[in-house]
Design a protein around this ligand. Structure first.
Ligand code: HEM
Length: 199
């Protein structure tokens, strides 16, 4: 327990990139909903209150501005995580046995949180899946934006129209992650200190 109070758990680069990413993701989602409303692919629209940009043109400008923050910040986060070796320490190994134990402990309401310097298996999987999800969001977004320039990427996404469906599905997963993520932070608020002052 004691070492937690003295040593940095989340390095500065993780904290800075985490909050810039949160800002970028939220603006991307809210402006994206406005773009969706202008040309919906399903038979529903999103309430104005959830959207950013005012109108289609405005929302596109927000989306295209913040995509650079999302991509550049994400590359910095990934590069430093791999370069420093942090990624291997924090997110691996992932053991099926530990996963089953963590899931059972969660269902019993007994998942331990004494050592906040280590992620449990559910956290590891949740964080890795949202990182992969953002990669899919960016790839499908690129296929929609530069469909003609990236024909292989477009085909990988199942064509232009399907790329929009992939983009929407990946956005939905991000929203789901954020809701659960915020609930978890509310349940273990001390983690918020780690992600702000680092320990
Ligand atoms: C806007 C409100 C948000 C809050 C209050 C928040 C809070 C936190 C906190 C407290 C942690 C540390 C958890 C721990 O140490 O156990 C964390 C980690 C993390 N969050 Fe968030 N978060 C937010 C948004 C997001 C968004 C939008 C994403 C991505 C879509 C995200 C992805 C992550 C990831 C991947 C980690 C692990 C990072 C690492 O260790 O490298 N968060 N968040």
């Amino acid at each position: 327990m004691d070492h937690q109070a003295h040593h940095t758990i989340a390095p500065l680069f993780v904290r800075v990139t985490h909050w810039l990413n949160a800002l970028a993701v939220i603006v991307m989602i809210m402006s994206g909903l406005k773009i969706y409303n202008a040309s919906p692919i399903f038979d529903f629209l999103f309430p104005r209150e959830l959207t950013v940009g005012g109108w289609l043109g405005g929302a596109l400008l927000w989306h295209f501005a913040f995509m650079w923050l999302l991509v550049v910040n994400g590359l910095i986060y990934l590069t430093l995580n791999f370069y420093t070796g942090r990624a291997w320490k924090k997110f691996f190994p992932i053991s099926p046995k530990e996963l089953i134990k963590d899931v059972l402990d969660t269902l019993k309401g007994k998942l331990a949180h004494e050592d906040l310097s280590k992620y449990n298996t559910i956290q590891k999987l949740a964080y890795l899946s949202v990182i992969l999800d953002i990669v899919i969001l960016i790839a499908s977004g690129l296929a929609i934006w530069k469909s003609v320039q990236f024909p292989i990427l477009r085909d990988l996404m199942g064509g232009f129209d399907n790329a929009r469906v992939v983009h929407f599905a990946a956005m939905s997963f991000a929203v789901f992650f954020i809701l659960v993520h915020l609930l978890m932070v509310a349940l273990v608020p001390r983690t918020l200190l780690i992600m702000t002052r680092g320990k």
